[in-house]
Ligand binder design. Structure first.
Ligand code: ATP
Ligand code: MG
Length: 472
């Protein structure tokens, strides 16, 4: 080894080392061969590198980095190399897999047609996510990005979906609060958390998402549906840039190296849904990207938008105005999730989305005029109620059948006479009413998730009666 510093070592003599190979140093720590130059190798260290001295020996391992996988990881918090960070003792995993792997090919896949329910009304209705989909969550800092992911994980409580949450470049205190929240909501038992904190070497932050998806792949190949979140890929890109600059790779746009697109495409391509012959499992990926000043068109966001199947765009303005989750319905899309949406939801959500869009346009236009005709006033009233119903506090995922009932009610104008400040109360009481007194109809909807004209008529009647007694 000729040189060491800043988490990078330069090694000579290992002529046949492979790109991405794990190399071992004298103090038993490891590094990854990244730059294979003609007369030396650029190695990123996986530890702080304080113990490594120039002139020391380096040996090949002929392996790439691996991570333990399997059910023993459920409920555990590990670093990018799979070493436990919680106080729950050593990890006894039966198997390990390389963290880098080629994504499944076209023939091994099938299309998305099973919903992955978030329990968040606005998402399940307007930007539905299917199992195997890659849906980007994008927005400025502090707009509720992590909260969306957290609620989605909590909502898998009664489903068969296993979750992996990858925290990249975050403060340890933030991650530990998140772990506690998951534990409080009984969601840790089906979740693995992979952490490469802000204080860790860039090399580990770079590896963490690949480690996380390797853990997920193991379950997918055993026929499970897995949800994985990367929080967030902006910090991942920054870590990779730091590494690349130290390795003296030529900087490109915004000083990112030329292969920054490949960094994320080879990660997200590993999500998807396998065909029956390959076990039928899936990985749904929710990458998070942080924007600056709402700019979706900068380098990293546009890259990732083009690799994903849609995005949920969160905006600061709505967030601060109390519209939470702060989803912008115009800029948020889901390109494949519609195929996975249940019939009832699809039928209600279509018109709802249009009415909401019309309302937003009308509202921005109408702030300048005072005398409105009755029809415009009614449309504004209707839109306000849709916005209100789409507001949802944290940690309160709604089961699908109640999402359908509430959205059916608002779409059919049943909220029209409810005062705006009572909308949420009315919604909760309506759900409670169905829960306690209308078990038959709830069961009937849950059987097929389809609304026949007869069922719609009965729903309208029940909601009408309930409203009369609520208003009285
Ligand atoms: P960062 O950029 O710092 O990672 P973020 O975009 O991930 O932020 P969160 O941490 O999820 O944002 O949320 C920011 C704050 O807003 C948190 O205090 C969270 O509790 C609150 N919050 C998020 N969603 C909601 C919601 N639906 N209702 C009420 N409060 C919310
Ligand atoms: Mg966050």
């Amino acid at each position: 080894m000729t040189q060491v510093g800043n988490g990078i070592a330069r090694v000579t003599g290992l002529k046949s080392a492979l790109s991405g190979e794990l190399l071992q140093f004298e103090d038993a720590s490891y590094g990854i061969a990244m730059n294979l130059d003609e007369d030396s190798i650029g190695v990123v260290l996986l530890s702080g590198g304080e113990e490594i001295a120039e002139g020391g020996f380096v040996t090949r391992t002929k392996q790439i980095a691996q991570i333990p996988v399997g059910d023993t990881l459920l409920g555990r918090v590990v670093n990018a190399l799979g070493q436990p960070l919680d106080q729950k003792g050593p990890l006894i995993a039966q198997q390990a897999r390389p963290i880098e792997r080629v994504a499944p090919g076209i023939l091994a896949r099938r299309s998305v047609d099973v919903p992955l329910l978030t329990g968040i009304k606005a998402i399940d209705a307007m930007v539905p996510i299917g199992r195997g989909q890659r849906q980007l969550i994008i927005g400025d800092r502090q707009t509720g990005k992590t909260a969306l992911v957290l609620d989605t994980i909590i909502n898998q409580k009664d489903s068969d979906v296993v979750c992996v949450y990858v925290a990249i470049g975050q403060k340890n205190s933030t991650v530990s609060a998140l772990v506690n929240t998951l534990a409080e909501h009984n969601a840790l038992r089906y979740t693995t958390i992979v952490v490469a904190g802000a204080s860790e070497p860039a090399s580990l932050q770079y590896l963490a998402p690949y480690s996380g998806i390797a853990v997920a792949e193991h379950w997918m190949e055993h026929g499970c549906d897995v949800l994985i979140a990367f929080d967030d890929l902006s910090k991942h890109a920054v870590a990779y840039r730091a590494m690349s600059l130290l390795l003296r790779r030529p900087p490109g746009r915004e000083a990112y190296p030329g292969d920054i697109f490949y960094l994320h495409s080879r990660l997200l391509e590993r999500a998807g849904r396998l065909s029956e012959t390959y076990g039928g499992g899936s990985i749904t990926a929710l990458p998070i990207v942080e924007t600056q000043g709402g700019d979706m068109s900068s380098y990293i966001p546009t890259n990732i938008i083009s690799i994903t199947d849609g995005q949920i765009y969160l905006e600061t303005e709505s967030f601060n105005a109390g519209v939470r989750p702060a989803i912008n319905p115009g800029l948020s899309v889901s390109r494949v999730g519609g195929a996975a949406q249940v019939k009832a939801m699809k039928k209600i959500a279509g018109p709802l989305r249009i009415e909401l869009a019309q309302y937003r346009e009308l509202a921005s236009f109408m702030q300048f005029s005072s005398d409105l005709d009755d029809e415009t006033r009614a449309r504004l009233r209707h839109g306000e109620r849709i916005v209100e119903v789409f507001k949802q506090p944290q940690y309160r995922p709604t089961p699908l059948v109640y999402e359908i009932i509430v959205l059916f009610a608002v779409q059919n104008g049943c909220f029209a006479e409810i005062k705006i400040e009572d909308v949420q109360d009315f919604e909760y009481k309506l759900i409670e009413h169905f829960l306690n007194w209308q078990a038959d109809i709830v069961e009937e909807i849950s059987r097929t998730y389809e609304l026949s004209p007869d069922l719609e008529k009965r729903l309208l009647e029940i909601i009408g009666h309930f409203k009369t007694s609520y208003l009285a």
